[in-house]
Design a protein around this ligand. Structure first.
Ligand SMILES: Nc1ncnc2c1ncn2[C@@H]1O[C@H](COP(=O)(O)OP(=O)(O)OP(=O)(O)O)[C@@H](O)[C@H]1O
Ligand SMILES: [Mg+2]
Length: 328
């Protein structure tokens, strides 16, 4: 039996945006549209795609930080929500589960309370979730700061006294100090310099092995997930368009959008740079988005069917899934 820790089944989330004054005209945005995947225990699963494609909305829906409009999420043996069958875990039980399901944010400064000392910030979760109080909680906070590469003196200082990379280490220490099983890392290195990014990825890799953690790792950069993840799901405008093992995705990308993302990764050799796929850039109309493949206006290989029929997400080869008419 495959040891699945998280099962995401056809989740949907839409936002209603008021377009005109007094809210008379409204636009419904399908931020997440029928997304399904599962994550195995100890696996690092990546969600990759351009800004605005719905990565954070997916993560926040899974963690029940926002309410889903459809679908179901099961964590271990607990159904967090099942919209169609009107089931939802109680707030009390969800509160308990938050210990096991932690999140590391993109902007560590915004997510750390500026008025609290680092020790208090980390100890807060330890007190709440591990029921350890007083000096013991601060000792544990100090230990996790050390594990995350920080000096123990950091405990008495404020977040603004640290650099971006150090603040991210504090954010990681805070998440891990409650001993979670599953961690969502939402663009954890996107706001950092490239050299610091590598240090934080190395740290997360060490912690993943040390604590046998399972990750949902979100990034807009395939270069970042290459060094961290086992399987990768590529998202485009609210849908997963391709899902495969990391090696398979890099060696044998199938969806034109995945190819485009790979082509846009920095390439050092000029010959390779020349071979890059050029993609038609044109604005997508709402009509196209409703009726056909959402990527068709940017796709070099699009044909008539792509404009009129939504491609079904299906398995093409063993464990390699894709939503594209080119492979029908
Ligand atoms: N609270 C909200 N109200 C209305 N629209 C929203 C809200 N949150 C997100 N959106 C919209 O939903 C879409 C998906 O947003 P989301 O933040 O999930 O994307 P993302 O892939 O995480 O992007 P980024 O890489 O920039 O973080 C975007 O078009 C965004 O503008
Ligand atoms: Mg985001």
């Amino acid at each position: 039996m495959i040891d699945t820790i998280l099962e995401v089944d056809r989740i949907r989330k839409k936002y209603v945006i008021e377009k005109s004054f007094l809210g008379r005209e409204k636009i419904v945005l399908d931020a997440v549209n029928d997304i399904s995947f599962s994550i195995k225990k100890g696996e690092c699963f990546a969600l990759v795609g351009e800004s605005g494609c719905g990565k954070s909305t997916t993560a926040r829906t899974i963690l029940k930080l926002i309410d889903a409009d459809g679908g179901k999420v099961i964590f271990e043996d607990k159904t967090l929500f099942d919209v169609e069958n009107k089931k939802s875990i109680s707030n009390k039980e969800m509160c308990r589960l938050r210990k096991d399901m932690q999140i590391i944010f993109q902007d560590p400064f915004a997510s750390l309370d500026k008025r609290m000392k680092v020790g208090q910030i980390i100890a807060e979760g330890i007190k709440k979730h591990r029921l350890i109080h007083g000096k013991d909680a601060f000792n544990i906070a100090e230990e996790y700061l050390r594990i995350c590469g920080m000096d123990k003196e950091a405990i008495n200082r404020y977040p603004h006294e640290f650099s971006g990379g150090q603040r991210q280490r504090i954010g990681i220490a805070r998440a891990l100090a409650v001993q979670p099983k599953f961690v969502v890392a939402d663009e954890p290195v996107a706001s950092l310099d490239v050299s610091i990014q590598a240090q934080i990825i190395n740290l997360l890799n060490e912690l993943k092995t040390r604590y046998l953690l399972t990750f949902l790792f979100i990034s807009h950069d395939l270069g970042v997930v290459k060094y961290f993840c086992d399987r990768i799901a590529v998202m485009y405008l609210g849908n997963i368009v391709e899902l495969a093992e990391k090696k398979d995705l890099f060696d044998n990308p199938m969806h034109p959008y995945t190819k485009m993302l790979l082509e846009s990764m920095p390439v050092s050799h000029p010959k390779l740079r020349k071979q890059r796929l050029s993609i038609k850039e044109s604005e997508m109309t709402l009509k196209d988005r409703e009726n056909g493949c959402k990527f068709c206006n940017r796709c070099l290989y699009a044909y008539e069917r792509c404009k009129n029929e939504i491609p079904v997400f299906k398995e093409i080869e063993g464990d390699h899934f894709i939503a594209c008419h080119l492979y029908d």
